[in-house]
Ligand binder design. Structure first.
Ligand SMILES: [Mn+2]
Length: 658
């Protein structure tokens, strides 16, 4: 019903309409706004609690020529928001200073910094992307410094009593209908309010530096819904010809100059560069870049930031390799009985371990804690899997930490190094008590079942209207079952990617598909029908536009799954041990034939791939992904039941037959 209505009234494809309805955008009005964010109206900033008071106090400061300080957080949201507000206040004739603390000073307002700021004659301070949890610090400077808090974090238990105004949509008093803005988004609303009150500017037309707000919105991972999605939509268009010299320089150094900028390029090219400054040294360098008004200085700073980003990548890569090696050793020692990952490293850069934790948690699908120790001080980053609430886990051992905080999927802490063993033990116990094997299976959310062979240019182009995509508005993922692929090839300079064709049922037409990092599925795709998840995109090459499918997941079709049992696992292991070439991506066809002959039954490609996974989990095989080789270390006998994959597929076998 709803799908037909959207299809008819908006003239869109049935598939697009179905995806919108699936995502809860199920009436004509909201679908029209969604597909055309330009038509969507900005909300009135004065609906935000505290906005009137904040604006009045700022106007007074501007009139009397007071020195104003904008105080931001050290991440991309904080840097961008600070820049946005500072530039707006300067345009209004303000005398503005900025302050961003170093990571070592800790997050938010600190009294030492506030005293220093008072010392240089500042009488009004406006926080951006922080401050809501600083009731105590604000009270400490009462009478010496007026403070306006603008933030988007959840209010702390201690209520702020001594600020001039608190602007944060998450305060219980605030009835602002949209709770998804990032810190720079809230700062942008403050700028809209100021321009409206001082110069009578219509807020619908106020778009100054909205590209900085867009950068922050994507980087801060807030849901791309409502006003945030509008900010990103409008801001991305502006970013390629930004008024902000510093942002332009950053865009250029990221190789995006003159190109259409997507939320993806912001997330993977622009934001990480800016973030590396705060991680490796001092966010004030990032701020200096964004605030610089001279093209040459900006280019120099952008080059410097680009260098830091390369350095950050190197450090991160190094820590990742060390941490993964430590995990593999632990796995060999524990016989593969792993429910969480807990890795520590002396001297690791604490600004980078969050990235390492994210990658490892995703790769191994385990609740992950990565700790950087520096003598007696330990600082850690935690990342989770969807079934596990990290913050709740840490809450049960709060007394171990000097400081900690976070939410369900990510958290951070600091503690004394000598408490780490107890933390590790209790954490692992907690995980084992709260998770089951099934919780560890990564789930893929699919928007619709749709055969790639029916994909058209029209649909792929229409999907572009669902952008900007990101948090809570992911790029659509489609699925299809039981496809036989042709022309399978391993591609890429490091030979880790897979390309193949997907023909229509009657083989009259075919569509090109690419699966990044899935070269080890080559034999499976070539020999057996598979289930796929994918997204379509328009691929332009030498002026010719074509639809291409980007395959995100490959699964053998259910009835071809023959689960590895104990005997075939042992046979496969012996076979691997006797192989002459120890390459991971060897041609598995003769291997399967020989194995099947020996076992007198059919073992599928899926079984072999599962066997690799199980051996890997048990530490029985060492896979070197860089060299694409494997070896079988000499180890004592292993209990197959220690492997989660083995337990899961054998449980499934019992379910099917019993
Ligand atoms: Mn933020």
């Amino acid at each position: 019903m709803e799908v037909a209505k959207l299809t008819n009234e908006l003239g869109i494809n049935e598939l697009t309409a179905a995806i919108l309805v699936n995502r809860g955008i199920n009436n004509v009005e909201s679908a029209r706004n969604f597909l055309n964010p330009d038509a969507q109206k900005f909300l009135d900033p004065f609906l935000m609690h505290g906005m009137d008071k904040a604006v009045d106090r700022i106007i007074k400061a501007l009139e009397f020529g007071e020195i104003i300080c904008v105080y931001g957080d050290y991440d991309v949201d904080g840097m961008s928001g600070t820049t946005l507000l500072t530039r707006a206040l300067k345009k209004l004739g303000g005398n503005v200073k900025t302050y961003i603390p170093r990571r070592s000073e800790g997050y938010g307002l600190n009294v030492d910094a506030l005293e220093k700021i008072i010392g240089v004659g500042v009488t009004l301070l406006i926080s951006v992307d922080c401050g809501i949890s600083n009731a105590k610090e604000i009270s400490a400077v009462k009478g010496k410094l007026d403070i306006i808090v603008t933030d988007h974090h959840l209010p702390a238990l201690a209520k702020i009593t001594d600020a001039v105004a608190v602007v944060d949509p998450h305060q219980p008093e605030c009835t602002y209908p949209d709770k998804n803005l990032c810190g720079a988004g809230v700062a942008f609303k403050l700028c809209q309010a100021l321009a409206n009150k001082i110069n009578g500017v219509d807020i619908q037309n106020y778009l100054d530096d909205i590209d900085l707000a867009a950068l922050a919105t994507v980087a801060d991972l807030v849901p791309l819904k409502g006003e945030s999605r509008k900010i990103v939509h409008v801001g991305l268009k502006k970013m390629s010809k930004s008024d902000c010299v510093g942002l332009s320089a950053l865009v250029n150094v990221a190789g995006l100059g003159g190109k259409k900028i997507s939320s993806e390029s912001v997330a993977f090219q622009i934001a990480p560069r800016l973030n590396s400054v705060g991680r490796l040294e001092n966010a004030s360098t990032g701020l200096k870049l964004l605030l610089s008004e001279n093209v040459e200085t900006a280019m120099q700073l952008a080059d410097y930031v680009d260098g830091l980003n390369k350095e950050r990548k190197k450090i991160e890569r190094n820590i990742f390799i060390q941490a993964e090696e430590k995990f593999k050793q632990l796995r060999e020692e524990s016989g593969g009985d792993n429910w969480s990952m807990f890795i520590t490293g002396e001297g690791w850069n604490a600004g980078v371990i969050g990235l390492t934790a994210s990658k490892l948690a995703e790769k191994y699908s385990l609740p992950t804690v990565i700790v950087a120790t520096e003598g007696e001080l330990a600082r850690g980053s935690c990342r989770s899997i969807p079934a596990f609430h990290m913050k709740n886990a840490l809450d049960t051992m709060a007394e171990l930490f000097d400081n900690y905080g976070g939410h369900s999927q990510a958290a951070g802490f600091s503690m004394k190094t000598d408490k780490l063993p107890e933390f590790q033990r209790r954490f692992d116990e907690y995980v084992r008590a709260h998770l089951t094997d099934a919780d560890y299976i990564p789930k893929v959310k699919v928007d619709a079942l749709f055969p790639p062979s029916k994909m058209t240019m029209e649909i792929a182009e229409e999907f572009e209207k669902l952008e900007p995509c990101g948090v809570e508005n992911p790029a659509p993922i489609l699925a299809c079952r039981n496809v036989r692929c042709t022309d399978t090839r391993i591609i890429g300079s490091d030979r880790t990617h897979l390309s193949f064709d997907i023909p229509t049922e009657d083989y009259s037409k075919k569509i090109k598909a690419v699966a990044f990092g899935k070269a080890n599925y080559a034999a499976l795709v070539e020999n057996e029908p598979v289930d796929l998840t994918y997204y379509p995109a328009v691929d332009e090459w030498m002026g010719v536009r074509n639809v291409k499918c980007f395959v995100t997941n490959i699964e053998p079709i259910t009835d071809e799954k023959i689960f590895p049992d104990r005997e075939s696992m042992i046979e496969i292991y012996k076979f691997l041990a006797n192989m002459r070439t120890k390459t991971k991506y060897f041609d598995m066809r003769p291997f399967v034939e020989k194995l099947n002959y020996r076992l007198k039954r059919k073992v599928s490609m899926y079984t072999i791939l599962s066997a690799f996974d199980i051996f890997d989990e048990l530490g029985l095989i060492r896979i070197d992904e860089a060299k694409q080789t494997f070896e079988l270390p000499k180890l004592p006998k292993r209990d197959l039941e220690n492997s989660r994959t083995f337990r899961l597929i054998n449980a499934a076998k019992i379910n099917v037959t019993g």
